[in-house]
Design a protein around this ligand. Structure first.
Ligand SMILES: *[C@@H]1O[C@H](CO)[C@@H](O)[C@H](O)[C@H]1NC(C)=O
Length: 262
């Protein structure tokens, strides 16, 4: 497993450097901050596609949701570790670039200003990444006693919405917010997010219920309490993010309606 860990540690930062350099070369008029942002979006999309494909392979091959095994379920976790570390750094870097143009606050150096902006604006993301690294990864690697590869696969499929979220952000960077592509992509974000990050949880409970002949709504009482707690704490931020996305979509829709009236 160390080779996956090492591979990931080279792969993600390497891809990031490659993509941001290419963006710099292809878009010479763009600032370094914008090019680095594009690089980071491409890397997160690639990771998301790898995760979602692994998830689908795992789900389709595990017929017994509790005991069937698939090698990808554990192997991929070793790739998530370097990715989360890299992505946290990439997030910090984004704030570092953002603060470069602004006046640094009185008495604060560049690092402190960037850190301050990072902690204020990406706090939930930071908690998310930290929780994955310190809680979910140890559970998935050591504490689940090799049970439930199927459910690990389900969680990988949750990444399906990320490429669309990233594409949306790149389109904003390209000032294409009013294009049809942006709207179609926005709809795909809503759909994939709802299916793969919200409906995913009832789907998992249903899969468990089907295997053991328990009605769906009774499953929470048949599985250990900590499983319900973990599922609930994974679902809570997804609902919050979905709510934010819905609000944004509503604004986009109403503003395009009112601009048509004018
Ligand atoms: C989430 O719920 C499913 C469905 O019953 C359960 O089997 C699984 O173990 C739970 N996940 C975690 C991480 O506890």
């Amino acid at each position: 497993m160390w080779h996956v860990l090492l591979g990931g540690s080279l792969l993600f930062p390497g891809l990031y450097l490659l993509c941001s350099r290419c963006a710099r070369w292809a878009l010479p008029a763009w600032s370094e901050a914008d090019c680095s942002l594009i690089g980071a979006r491409i890397v997160s999309s690639i990771q998301a596609i790898l995760a979602a494909v692994s998830g689908i392979l795992i789900i389709t091959s595990c017929k017994d949701v509790k005991f069937d095994r698939h090698w990808l379920a554990t192997s991929y976790i070793w790739l998530i570790i370097p990715y989360m570390v890299y992505d946290t750094y990439a997030m910090y870097l984004r704030h570092w670039y953002r603060c470069q143009n602004k006046q640094t606050l009185a008495g604060k150096d560049h690092f402190a200003t960037a850190m301050d902006s990072f902690l204020r604006k990406d706090f939930l993301m930071l908690v998310h990444h930290t929780a994955i690294l310190t809680i979910l990864v140890p559970i998935a690697l050591f504490f689940r006693r090799d049970i439930g590869d199927f459910f690990v696969g389900c969680l990988y499929v949750a990444e399906m919405s990320t490429p669309f979220v990233s594409l949306g952000k790149v389109l904003i960077q390209l000032k294409l917010q009013n294009s049809l592509l942006y709207k179609v992509n926005g709809a795909l974000v809503l759909i994939t997010f709802f299916l793969c990050r919200i409906l995913l949880f009832p789907f998992m409970y249903n899969a468990y219920g089907q295997q053991y002949g328990i009605p769906f709504y009774k499953v929470p009482f048949y599985i250990p309490l900590q499983c319900n707690v973990i599922n609930a704490s994974m679902m809570a931020p997804q609902i919050y993010w979905f709510w934010l996305i819905c609000k944004k979509a509503l604004r986009l829709y109403t503003s395009s309606l009112s601009s048509k009236d004018r």
